[in-house]
Write a protein that binds this ligand. Sequence first.
Ligand SMILES: Cc1ncc(COP(=O)(O)O)c(C=O)c1O
Length: 395
Amino acid sequence: MKIPITKPIFDEHEKDLLVKPLESGWLVQGPYVKEFEKLFSIFTGAKYSCTTSNCTTALHLALEALGICHGDKVIIPSFTYIASANAVEYTGAEAIFCDIDLRTFNINIDDLSNLLEKDRSGSIKAIMPVNLFGLCSNLPKIIELAKHYNLKIVEDSACGLGSYIGDQHSGTFGDIGCFSFHPRKLITTGEGGMLTTEDESLLNKFICLKDHGASKSDLQRHQEKGGSLLPEFNVRGFNYRMTDMQGALGVAQMNKLSFILEGRRRIAAKYDIALENSPLLTPIVPKNYKHSYQSYVCLYNKSLDLDNLTLDKINELNIKRNQLMSDLENVGISVRQGTHAVHTLGFYKNKYDFSDNTFLKSYTADRLSITLPLYANMTDAEFDYVISNINNLIS
Ligand SMILES: Cc1ncc(COP(=O)(O)O)c(C=O)c1O
């Protein structure tokens, strides 16, 4: 049996809508992009949603729109996809890493508070909490700290669609939320991203900056008299626009989102039960949080004392974790490490002279996390195959 790490879910609806922009001839930022943005706002409760070419460009635009630039610093968790850090560095600002909480894989609030308290530079301008794997960070606490230190919040909600604290959707807590529609995410447009905000002036900046800095959109120009004259360009912008083919896919995918979320939560609950007595530490969901299970990420293994981590112990378990992942691959089951400890990756390690244990919890998550396959339409037979192989290999 071959079990992928995840699977996008498409049917005739995607195929039908995908050809519509080809038929109308409106290929970029047309009616399907508009419709996708509308559906996204309805689902998340965000006042404004604005598409981008992917989430990395959304993160970059968010920081640009907030005026983050050279000389500024932005705090990000050290366990995240490299794109979070890269987006900060694109602006000329410095990415300041903060360690995580191994129980949630999200930014550690005590470490964050210490970092802010000790900073005397005055150049920290924003926090970028990452709602990793479909679980919100402790956003109420982060908002408190941001208010106290007068900082902006850009939520990296690349994995956060369908994640909540109470009834509030991920990406709507901070000044700006950024989402990804890469195929590893709950819904996909191939490549694709979305910005959310409550602030109309930020929305207007997104619209201008993602379109080369144009003072007017193509649609506005087409609808006005004198459309033959090109718009003004008073700011340095980018081309971060979404195509209408991606928008059409997004519209079709939004119709499946409830089914996808329900399916992923159902399979995750089955994993929780089936792995209860296994050595894997399954995802922990704090009270009042709703996980979307963009990824089902476990920690190898329960014998690890999370409050007394040592490099020796982590490296010893890492060899066994890697063996387990390779054995699962050999029987056709795709697994992955959760994501990266960014401070251990060449560019950041060399630029800021980090060592592995500079952020030990992130290093642990990098070396000991294991993502299990999960997709909404995973069959019982596929699920049982994964569990029986894990049990066999671990015993
Ligand atoms: C936490 C996080 N941030 C940012 C990104 C970048 O998203 P995209 O691939 O849409 O640029 C990803 C993608 O996997 C991610 O996981």
